[in-house]
Ligand binder design. Structure first.
Ligand SMILES: O=P(O)(O)OC[C@H]1O[C@](O)(CO)[C@@H](O)[C@@H]1O
Ligand SMILES: [Fe+2]
Length: 210
């Protein structure tokens, strides 16, 4: 058996990126239609700054083998649409039993998580905070600060992402908005449609064959 060579990657915190990465992507405002409560404010922002970068990801995928790890850096710009802070698309892992680790590098963020039956949890992330996202939780990062939010992430190579789970329910159950006092607060998403018992059971079956 041939074993692989180690890889080292430096995290450039001020630039919010992973050096020696194998891949990268950028999400601009215009790519994120339908995510925010205030669709009129969103349309106005897009008319003015469609190309504004909301977040970008630089990552390293050493192999495509199950059992391996994907790791990288997410950098999120500060900003709001109406009173709602900038967010990532959010997803559950396609193999829903796969967890994820986020490690804050700079800025102020919130990891918003939702269980299949619609419970939510919020974890504040700043430099040196580790957030463990357990299996079966939908997760979305939110930049609640005035500066870039930079986080390192690590998750299993075979996890995959299901983005549609959020759209199917009319969004995540809650939204993270400005509290008007320099902080954030969690409010109900009035468009949210709870999952049926059948949909919930289906999520718990989305695991790797054992
Ligand atoms: O994939 P999304 O929901 O757009 O959010 C990006 C973040 O999630 C990840 O896909 C990892 O789960 C990373 O690429 C990044 O941290
Ligand atoms: Fe994930």
């Amino acid at each position: 058996m041939t074993i692989r060579e180690p890889i080292t990657c430096e995290v450039d915190v001020p630039d919010g990126r992973l050096l020696n990465s194998s891949g990268a992507y950028i999400k601009k405002l215009a790519d994120l239609e339908g995510l925010y409560a205030d669709s009129q404010a969103f349309a106005e922002h897009v008319a003015r700054e469609a190309g504004r970068i909301v977040y970008d990801v630089t990552e390293q995928r050493p192999t495509t083998e199950a059992g391996d790890l994907i790791f990288g850096v997410t950098r999120m710009s500060p900003g709001k649409i109406g009173n709602e802070f900038f967010i990532t698309r959010g997803h559950i892992h396609a193999r829903a039993d796969r967890p994820e680790i986020y490690y804050g590098q700079s800025g102020r963020g919130v990891m918003l998580m939702e269980s299949p039956d619609g419970e939510t949890r919020t974890v504040e992330i700043s430099a040196h905070t580790i957030c463990y996202v357990p299996p079966y939780w939908i997760h979305r990062s939110v930049n609640v600060g005035d500066d870039d939010l930079v986080m390192v992430f690590v998750y299993p190579t075979d996890a995959g992402q299901d983005y549609d789970i959020i759209a199917r329910s009319g969004g995540m159950r809650t939204r993270i908005v400005d509290d008007g006092k320099g902080g954030w607060t969690e409010v109900e998403n009035t468009d949210y449609r709870p999952r049926s018992q059948e949909q919930i059971s289906h999520i718990f079956q989305l695991t790797a064959a054992r």
